[in-house]
Design a binder for this molecule. Structure first.
Ligand SMILES: [Zn+2]
Length: 115
């Protein structure tokens, strides 16, 4: 899960596609070159034999606006490797106040950080 996030963040689309279950894998990824993936929070995860569920929140920035993508992802283990099957995704925009903590996770106030 984390490695897929890193691959997304770095634009390593080959890796992202490789770890996608072949039955669900898209031919290519949408161009997200304007998207800056900032932070990943794993909210919960569970595993039962070769099936896994991960609930996560990924913080990203696009055109200087903060957003959070929240997803319940399903994974299946095939030949020792976890493959992404699908997920329920919701994207919300974040509007941090100037005195709120910056969404990037630095611990600094938004007005003194990247915003
Ligand atoms: Zn920041």
């Amino acid at each position: 899960m984390r490695s897929r996030f890193s691959a997304f963040a770095l634009g390593l689309s080959d890796y992202v596609l490789e770890t996608w279950h072949p039955d669900q894998r898209p031919a290519s990824l949408l161009d997200d070159s304007l998207t800056e993936w900032v932070r990943l929070e794993i909210l919960s995860s569970q595993q039962q034999d070769d099936a896994g569920q991960v609930h996560f929140r990924a913080i990203f920035r696009e055109n200087n606006r903060w957003n959070a993508l929240e997803e319940d992802s399903s994974f299946i283990r095939t030949a020792g490797r976890w493959l992404y099957v699908d997920g329920e995704t919701a994207v919300v925009s974040l509007k941090p106040g100037r005195n709120a903590d910056c969404p990037c996770g630095s611990g600094r106030k938004a007005k003194r950080c990247c915003c």
